[in-house]
Design a protein around this ligand. Sequence first.
Ligand code: G3P
Ligand code: MG
Length: 251
Amino acid sequence: VVQKRSGHVVELSLPNIIAHRGAPRYVAENTIASLKKAHELGANWVEFDVMLSKDGVPVIMHDSGLNRTTNGKGKLRDYTYAELARLDAGDGQKIPTFEEWLKTAKQLEMGINVEIKESASNADEVVDKIHKLLSENWSQDLPKPLISSATFACVEAYRRLDGDAHIAYIVDWLPFTWKSKLASIEACAIVMNYKKLTQKKVERLHRAGYKVLAFTVNDATEYSRLINMGVDGCFTDDLKTVRGPDVAPLN
Ligand code: G3P
Ligand code: MG
């Protein structure tokens, strides 16, 4: 077990509100137009999901299947990027590459939370590619990206590659093994389903030195309740409904 570096927690500064998959209540999720909409609605940080095409190109997509968010059929991993790029991902948008997403987020000067949606068997490949693209396309002047995954092997692989990265583990509920798991990846945060969070759990996690982020909060009252409970940040699909002091005012 690697010693947790206290610096990680101190350094990680996130807003209370993180745009989830762009602004999916207003523009098709995980598309460049949705990212731009999130920025227009005042978000400073954005979360998005990354997976690999058949030919190993990291793309922005939440589901392993194509049918919910595109006009394609079957599994994303059965298509090359050239084939995926011909699909309609909603609102006339296409499935973005991770590189395209990074370039746009950088132009918009937004903080990014890269959620890795890959299985353990692809952990090394996806993590190598994400790390390389970040080193080529991200700016030192912008906040350090937060790397997260619900696949523990992916966050483990990322930590092996990068001793300085900000890393979070995503869980639905808090596993018995949370202390050793978070310590072993030198996590700075845990990302948890807001329905499973209690004040006690938030306090225990804070005492252990971790920030607590909650997904996916689309109700203003629920958001206030969580922030009052001490939750450090909430992911939202609805930036017009869930707003806080660190989100720029709507015109
Ligand atoms: O990272 C927070 C949240 O995005 C995790 O759930 O399914 O929306 O990717 P999901
Ligand atoms: Mg996600």
